[in-house]
Design a protein around this ligand. Structure first.
Ligand SMILES: [Zn+2]
Length: 411
């Protein structure tokens, strides 16, 4: 495999080589002269202290030479042996291990950090640093069991507690171990500001969804209650309560909860819409139109948003979509311009033309990624509460149809 030697690695190692050499020189120069009564052996003392310094410097250059010749395994062996030679090299080895990890060469990082841990003369601070670095290596390698054990030990220390707890939270999120995630989030909240304060409400919602899937609606409600305790007016909670209301054949309540969800989270109208339709169809036939009128507000921008959300949700065949489509075409300059150039005023389109156009837009959107993370740009055909790319919660929003539907915030 080609070893792509990056500039940061070369610079780090040149600095390390110079530092190692300087440290050795200072140690030689500062050596206390022997007392007059001591046996006169100045030459032998000098030679003994010079020899490791020269060997240290030679080893650095030798290791660097292997790296420059793209022989990383030989370089690694040289650097690993150097750990046994001189205590001052330890910082350099931390830097090297970190660089290996950042480059994705986790096995080499693990070997470096394990070799540091194995040193009997290591200071307590260096031992903690090595344990943390090794835990990060395990995490990066996907060895979550080993990472968890190490980070749990580090979470009991004074200096690494918060950082270790943050890693534990990532581990439990990835493993979907929501009970442990809640416990760790609570510990973090007591110590420092959590990176994502609303995450804990999502953990309770995840447990609520699991309970609902297991038909244990009482447990689901209990988890939602806890979510509400830590986060008032939590949109996801309202949506799950709507699902439970639909399960319990309470369409009025489901529609009300969906309404609340949309008020709190207007850009996710597409998630509420299928549930609103289910609620409408669960009610008396005469109520369907009345119920839906609440959603089809007269303002053109609201009608445009509704048509857009319905197409995102795959509901383009619903009759209200073709009714609202002219508003979408007027509100969306790019889409409107295309339609005007071939069919004139969007308001003059026939029923068949509006139906065909809605179906075409639905097909176009299904071939693309319909949602995108506003933080990192990760795109997906499905909505995620937590971005798989950057782990941010509540960062997914629908992509623009042709990049310009106003009224709905999209980045
Ligand atoms: Zn993201």
């Amino acid at each position: 495999m080609q070893f792509d030697l990056s500039l940061d690695l070369v610079v780090a190692l040149f600095v390390a080589a110079a530092a190692g050499w300087l440290v050795a020189q200072f140690r030689f120069r500062d050596r206390t002269p022997p007392a007059p009564s001591s046996p006169p052996q100045p030459e032998r003392n000098g030679l003994r202290s010079q020899e490791p310094a020269r060997r240290l410097n030679e080893d650095y250059l030798k290791g660097l030479g292997f790296l420059l010749n793209e022989e990383p395994d030989k370089a690694l062996e040289v650097f690993l042996k150097m750990v046994d030679v001189d205590n001052e090299t330890v910082e350099t080895h931390f830097a090297l291990g970190s660089i290996y990890r950042r480059r994705g060469e986790v096995e080499r990082a693990i070997r470096i950090h394990e070799s540091i841990m194995a040193r009997p003369s290591l200071s307590d601070e260096h031992r903690l640093e090595a344990m943390f670095a090794l835990a990060e290596d395990y995490f990066r390698a996907g060895l979550f069991d080993r990472a968890e054990v190490s980070f749990r030990k580090l979470a009991e220390t004074e200096t690494r507690r918060v950082a270790a707890l943050r890693y534990l939270l990532r581990i439990y999120e990835q493993q979907r171990d929501w009970d442990h995630a809640i416990a760790i989030h609570n510990r973090l909240t007591a110590l420092a500001s959590p990176e994502q304060p609303t995450a804990i409400a999502h953990y309770h919602c995840e447990l609520a969804e699991q309970a609902r899937e297991g038909k244990d609606l009482d447990a689901a409600r209990e988890h939602l209650h806890r979510a509400r305790e830590v986060q008032r007016n939590f949109p996801r909670g309202a949506l799950i309560r709507a699902d439970i209301a639909l399960d319990m054949n309470e369409p009025e309540l489901a529609a009300l909860l969906c309404q609340r969800f949309v008020e709190l989270h207007p850009r996710l109208l597409a998630l509420a819409l299928p549930r609103v339709l289910r609620a409408a169809r669960g009610a008396d036939a005469g109520d369907i139109e009345r119920r839906f009128n609440a959603w089809i507000r007269p303002e053109p921008s609201a009608r445009a948003e509704l048509a857009y959300a319905a197409i995102v949700a795959g509901l383009e065949q619903e009759p209200f979509v073709r009714d609202c489509l002219p508003d979408l075409l007027r509100e969306d300059p790019s889409l409107g311009e295309i339609v005007r150039s071939v069919a004139g005023d969007p308001g003059q389109l026939t029923l068949q033309q509006r139906t065909d156009l809605a179906l075409s837009l639905g097909r176009i959107l299904r071939r693309t990624q319909r949602y995108r993370c506003v933080d990192c740009g990760f795109a997906s055909a499905s909505h995620f509460w937590q971005c798989p790319g950057c782990r941010a919660w509540d960062a997914f929003a629908p992509v623009a149809l042709l990049d310009v539907t106003p009224g709905v915030q999209r980045r």
